[in-house]
Design a protein around this ligand. Structure first.
Ligand SMILES: CC(C)(COP(=O)(O)OP(=O)(O)OC[C@H]1O[C@@H](n2cnc3c(N)ncnc32)[C@H](O)[C@@H]1OP(=O)(O)O)[C@@H](O)C(=O)NCCC(=O)NCCSC(=O)CC(=O)O
Length: 447
């Protein structure tokens, strides 16, 4: 009998797209992909309640998941391929060759399903056994690996590990939703908003940034290449916090009231995302979490903002990080939230004049600076809780890799009522302080 909290591998196999279903075979890396070449792998877990036996899972769920994965890879062929470094080429390419496939592990866990899929603070290491490995060498890196883990009589989860060089948050969640849609319907066709668009010629490089990125990201020093899959320290815990629609409206009202005093100020973009990021930022600074970490890297999806715009279904990386920073003493004050919102608004207002990739400093090298700023991963507009494979909405959708990137993740709240789930990882003591400031701040009359 397995000891408590054990994971048992039941099967290891490979899943390929249907034979002869792929026509295109390679993709070059664009200037949006290159900065993510050495980035930590993207790790996602979707949990689903499924109160049936292991046999039931293996006989009725597993074959559907596998078959629909194969059909989905026909649309998402790069994920079945590899990142390779052709000897004569300056930069790697993504290549699919007939017969390439994705590694799939089937496992059984006797851990507590609700503990692992809950919002409470949990040691980051507890989720690692639910994620597949994606081993790579100096010349070849597979891009996707999957793991299904069944928790008999409770549920199952789908662990996804993807190389960041092939997906941003929009693309990784689009892949999952496409697969779910095919699994649910049993039909390999996809609706237009889920069909990936691959044409790389739409990404221009008028500033000639490729050479700069090749030097910065493709030829790493030894210490940089080690940073690809580093683990969070063992005392790191991950927590999911929630802001309800009511909380967000209260934050909005607070900002508007404080600003009314100054009639000269321009109108603010007070979206859910801006209020959420600003509130978390203020709480982190007030909790004195890593004094230096006062910068946010605010990612902007460039698809609709390029000139000319490119399809929203463009599959790859198309995100540009914008830095936002302010003095901690400003944010410590009573108007901290207003100041944080205004700083974020400067970025949003700047977007009105289009996307400018000429400032090379906008995308930091992981080795030099990524430890300091707090990134923002995913978005409350991805609708990840619609990733329904046919057995209902996920109990929890979680971006695990934020424990390595130091980002906070944003997801729309599961109940669809307009709230937000915020995930991030900190060491245990810092998390306790942060959690108390976050919760008490919402209760207080003075934010
Ligand atoms: C610049 C932005 C961050 C700004 O976002 P905002 O939410 O503030 O602004 P917005 O214009 O999208 O929306 C503002 C308001 O418009 C309305 N609105 C806009 N779009 C809507 C839609 N599709 N459906 C319904 N309402 C919509 C809402 O009322 C919303 O207010 P309200 O919100 O109050 O309802 C965003 O446009 C953007 O580019 N987001 C993408 C971020 C991103 O790419 N993240 C992924 C990082 S990579 C990653 O994640 C990789 C990884 O690590 O895995």
């Amino acid at each position: 009998m397995a000891p408590p909290n054990a994971i048992t591998v039941l099967e290891h196999c490979r899943v390929a797209p249907p034979p002869d279903s792929i026509t295109q075979t390679s993709l070059p890396l664009t200037i949006f992909d290159l900065p993510f070449l050495r980035f930590p792998l993207v790790q996602i877990i979707y949990f689903y309640e499924y109160p049936h036996s292991k046999t039931h899972f293996l006989d009725s769920v597993l074959p559907k998941l596998k078959h629909s994965l194969s059909l989905t890879l026909q649309h998402f062929y790069p994920l079945a391929g590899n990142l390779i470094w052709p000897p004569e080429s300056e930069k790697p390419i993504i290549l699919y060759v007939n017969g390439d496939s994705v590694s799939l592990t089937i496992a059984e866990s006797n851990s507590d399903f609700y503990h692992l899929s809950g919002n409470h603070a949990r040691n980051c290491n507890e989720s690692h056994s639910l994620l597949p490995h994606l081993p790579s060498s100096e010349t070849l890196a597979p891009l996707l690996a999957l793991q299904f883990t069944v928790f008999p009589n409770y549920g199952f989860c789908i662990g996804i590990t993807i190389h960041h060089v092939i997906v941003d948050g929009h693309s990784s969640t689009m892949f999952s939703k496409s697969w779910a849609s095919i699994c649910r319907s049993g039909d390999s066709s996809l609706s237009p908003e889920l069909l990936p668009f691959y044409d790389r010629t739409v990404i221009k490089d008028p500033e000639g940034l490729e050479k700069f990125f090749l030097n910065k990201f493709v030829k790493p020093t030894e210490s940089e290449s080690e940073s690809v899959d580093h683990r969070a320290p063992s005392n790191t815990v991950k927590t999911t916090f929630e802001l309800s629609r009511g909380d967000i409206e209260r934050l909005k009202k607070w900002v508007l009231t404080r600003r009314e005093k100054d009639k000269q100020t321009p109108p603010l973009h007070l979206s859910t995302l801006v209020l959420t990021c600003a509130y978390v930022w203020v709480c982190l600074i007030r909790a004195d979490v890593k004094r230096k970490r006062i910068q946010l890297v605010f990612p902007v999806d460039c698809r609709a903002r390029l000139d000319p715009p490119i399809p929203l279904t463009y599959f790859g990386n198309c995100v540009l990080g914008h830095r936002v920073h302010t003095e901690p003493c400003d944010i410590m004050g009573e108007d901290g939230l207003v100041i944080a919102v205004e700083e974020l608004n400067k970025v949003i207002r700047g977007l009105e004049s289009g996307i400018h990739m000429s400032t090379k400093k906008k995308i930091p090298s992981p080795s030099e600076e990524m430890e300091a700023p707090i990134g923002i991963a995913w978005s409350n507009r991805y609708r990840v809780y619609e990733t329904d494979f046919g057995w209902g909405r996920p109990t929890k959708a979680e971006l695990i890799s934020i424990e390595k990137t130091g980002a906070m993740s944003l997801v729309e709240s599961r109940d669809g009522a307009g709230g937000v789930e915020i995930g991030f990882a900190l060491n245990k003591q810092e998390m306790e302080v942060f959690a108390s400031i976050f919760t008490n701040g919402l209760k207080a009359s003075k934010l």
